[in-house]
Design a protein around this ligand. Structure first.
Ligand code: DC
Length: 230
């Protein structure tokens, strides 16, 4: 087992996970795994190949052979994502792609096919892992496990603002319905459901600014990894 430190940040979408993880990866200059990207890219690849989400065998084969590249400077936050050597960074950010990802993510064999790719990110000096099952399944021995949560209403609003900022059109009511449906699916699935690990620290971000969340988490990181000197 590797003794490279891992910090897991799990929780539903719209809790500020992405922002927090990018900040931590840049601050610590650690590697960054945004595990949702794997599921999103797989959903996009399946759509492009005309594979239906209930064709489990074809989806699992696709997962095993997925040609995906995470582009960054080695450590720190992500810059670009490539599928079959072509940039798909913006394309995978739509709510349709997220829903597709959530559907295929409930297939046990898909999760199995993607687990070693995720564990391969655990490289020195450390890893920030963002997802739903990072602390429970993928990195059960993580140094620090954080679970972020927030009310569905707040999360939908944040996602809406994020998409708007990126120039992606969205309707708040539709977005809210899609997010609630996706969270329910992610939480109710029998394999690796969305839930805090027993030893995770749960933070409700509903009434916290991103800076307040960052302050809390930076403190937890300093305490968990005293040799950091940051
Ligand atoms: O984090 P995200 O919104 O990019 O994730 C998209 C979907 O992928 C999410 O709704 C469920 C799935 N997912 C998962 O099942 N396990 C993970 N570790 C990350 C994402």
């Amino acid at each position: 087992m590797s003794n490279v430190p891992v910090i897991t940040i799990d929780g539903p979408s719209g809790t500020g996970k992405g922002t927090i993880c990018s900040y931590l990866a840049d601050w610590l200059q650690w590697h960054f795994l945004d595990s949702g990207i794997l599921y999103r890219v797989l959903a996009l690849a399946a759509e492009r190949k005309g594979i239906n989400s209930d064709d489990e065998i074809a989806i699992v084969t696709l997962a095993e052979n997925l040609d995906i590249e995470f582009k960054n400077a080695g450590t720190g936050s992500l810059v670009n994502i490539e599928l079959d050597r072509k940039v798909v960074t913006d394309e995978i950010r739509t709510e349709i792609c997220a829903s597709g990802a959530s559907v295929i993510a409930s297939i046990a064999k898909v999760r199995e096919a993607l687990i070693s790719r995720q564990r391969a990110f655990q490289e020195a000096p450390g890893l920030i892992a963002d997802g739903r099952d990072m602390g429970t399944v993928v990195f059960p021995n993580a140094t620090l496990k954080i679970y972020l949560t927030a009310s569905a209403e707040k999360r939908a609003k944040r996602r809406y603002e994020q998409l708007k900022e990126k120039g992606i059109n969205a309707n708040l009511r539709d977005l809210s319905a899609a997010i609630i449906e996706r969270d329910e699916r992610d939480s109710m699935r029998p394999v690796s459901p969305l839930k805090p690990a027993k030893d995770a620290i749960v933070i409700d971000t509903s009434f916290l600014s991103i800076d307040e969340v960052l302050d809390k988490i930076s403190e937890l990181v300093r305490n968990a990894i005293p040799k950091l000197k940051k």
